[in-house]
Design a protein around this ligand. Structure first.
Ligand code: HEC
Length: 150
């Protein structure tokens, strides 16, 4: 479904935080907020452990890459040190999401939401700062790059 992310193989910590944010209304989404509203802390721990243990999407899931867009996304990711938090493989770690092989439409939406301030995340300088200097064309390239990682 459009704008709906893959959860399999996401870091446990990332999944827990996002469910906590949806539950408390810090992260806004008309589908996810009601879904998370009644979850207990234990429910959140169990759900996160379940999805974290599933095998992540395989390379190629998102189809063939556009070589030029991929290369420009890779260059931007290096310049802006995205891998410092998301890992070289973009498998994510702790509170930082797995972005490798994630749906491109969802990644682009996420980046745009961080850029506009619609999504605040953990509040400490991370994604807001990361996307602050980037324009929409660059967000597109980054989303394409991460979704088509080999
Ligand atoms: C300082 C650490 C840090 C850096 C650098 C960073 N990120 Fe993130 N990123 C995070 C964290 C933490 C989250 C989860 C934010 C939240 O709490 O919602 C995240 C979330 C994301 C998401 C949303 C994923 C999802 O499934 O919702 C995308 C997309 C993303 N980052 C891409 C990037 C890109 C592209 C760059 C480089 C331009 C980058 N990040 C740089 C820490 C970082």
């Amino acid at each position: 479904m459009v704008d709906t992310p893959s959860l399999a193989g996401q870091p446990d910590g990332f999944l827990q935080w996002q469910l906590v944010y949806f539950r408390g209304g810090r992260r806004k989404n008309p589908v996810m907020q009601p879904m998370a509203a009644d979850l207990s802390d234990d429910d959140i721990r169990n759900l996160a452990a379940h999805f974290a243990a599933l095998p992540p999407p395989q390379a190629g899931t998102q189809g063939l890459a556009d070589p030029e867009l991929f290369a420009s996304g890779r260059k931007l990711a290096q310049q802006h040190r995205c891998a410092a938090c998301h890992q070289e493989s973009y498998a994510g770690a702790q509170a930082a999401a797995r972005t490798a092989q994630q749906r491109e439409d969802y990644l682009l939406k996420a980046l745009r939401d961080f850029k506009s301030g619609a999504r605040i995340g953990n509040g400490v300088a991370s994604m807001g700062d990361a996307v602050y200097p980037l324009v929409d064309e660059q967000l597109r390239a980054l989303a394409h790059f991460m979704s088509h990682l080999p």
